[in-house]
Design a protein around this ligand. Structure first.
Ligand code: SF4
Length: 312
């Protein structure tokens, strides 16, 4: 017998980031879009849920670029050999142009999960081609930097445990998801290296501290998934735009700190749900942000504010 399909609460670093920017956006992503996916090619019965689901799959041009760079990194690990100079940049550019062309067709309306819908195109932002061109020229450099990346070199020497894999585990009573960019094990020392690729050219101190917090979270994941102490885990931030990497050791204190943080954050969100077992709540329980700048870059703008033009 098939298990009943129930919306359940799960925590991830990205879902917390969404919630902390705007609780209502979290509601659209996790509650308001539930059951909004097409069924056997037919649109969902509830048009609001269908719209929210379609919007939840939308990406910005930089997000698409990041996704493609992550795919290429995982392919490099699987292929085991290094392509000639320029091949990765071309592979990246072809996919970016393909994604943009696909977004222009509007195919995402019928198949939001598999067809690209770009925020800049959907909401009619000025000069999306210029944004695309700028992103591609930066992304080409990032793709080529993978050739000399220490983490890819490590993957050649180490046992590869995971590449671009979605992991699920529990912290206390909280089901947690995280996507591992690359996890390898040194056959000599037994150390586990977790690499997180950063594909944005923006390396502000705030962003760096968020990245480090995210890596600490992955460190906790590694101790649970691979059953090793924190001292056996090495965390690597790989900045693809600059081609630099920073590696440090996880620790018991860091792991305990992350665990407390996740439990506290999950409790904050859960306390606003009406039915915690079904992840259900009326939208009013999740307030809108008062910061119009956040609305201006929110994929749920159409569902939340009606079909207005962005910024109206
Ligand atoms: S449009 Fe604004 S208020 Fe509505 S979900 Fe997005 S960020 Fe929140």
């Amino acid at each position: 017998m098939r298990k009943p399909f129930v919306n359940r609460f799960t925590y991830s670093h990205s879902s917390w980031k969404l919630y902390s920017q705007c609780p209502r956006a979290w509601w659209w992503a996790k509650v308001g879009s539930w059951f909004g996916w097409p069924n056997h090619g037919r649109p969902a019965k509830d048009p609001e849920r269908a719209l929210a689901y379609m919007l939840s799959k939308m990406e910005t041009i930089p997000q698409t670029s990041g996704k493609i760079l992550h795919e290429i990194a995982a392919e490099l690990v699987a292929e085991g050999s290094m392509p000639a100079k320029g091949v990765l940049a071309r592979r990246y550019e072809v996919r970016m142009l393909g994604a943009y062309a696909e977004a222009l067709t509007g195919a995402y309306q019928a198949d939001p999960k598999h067809k690209i819908n770009l925020f800049e195109v959907y909401y009619g932002l000025p000069n999306p081609r210029d944004r695309l061109g700028q992103t591609i020229s930066e992304g080409r450099v990032a793709a080529e930097n993978l050739r000399s990346s220490r983490s890819i070199a490590r993957a050649r020497r180490h046992q590869v445990l995971a590449a671009e894999r979605l992991e699920e585990f529990n912290i206390g009573n909280v089901p947690v998801f995280c996507k591992t960019d690359l996890a390898t094990k040194d056959p000599v020392t037994g150390l586990i290296y977790l690499t997180d690729y950063k594909t944005s050219a923006n390396n502000s101190p705030r962003r760096e501290s968020e990245d480090r917090e995210q890596l600490a979270f992955y460190g906790r994941a590694a101790t649970l998934i691979y059953g090793v102490p924190a001292q056996q885990v090495r965390l690597t931030l790989s900045m693809l735009h600059s081609g630099t990497e920073d590696t440090w050791a996880s620790s018991d204190e860091e792991v305990a700190g992350v665990e407390r943080l996740v439990l506290r954050r999950a409790a904050t969100i859960r306390s606003q749900l009406q039915d915690q077992t079904r992840n259900a709540a009326p939208r009013i329980r999740f307030p809108e942000t008062s910061n119009p700048k956040i609305c201006g870059s929110c994929v749920f703008y159409h569902a939340c504010k009606g079909r207005r033009r962005l910024g109206e």
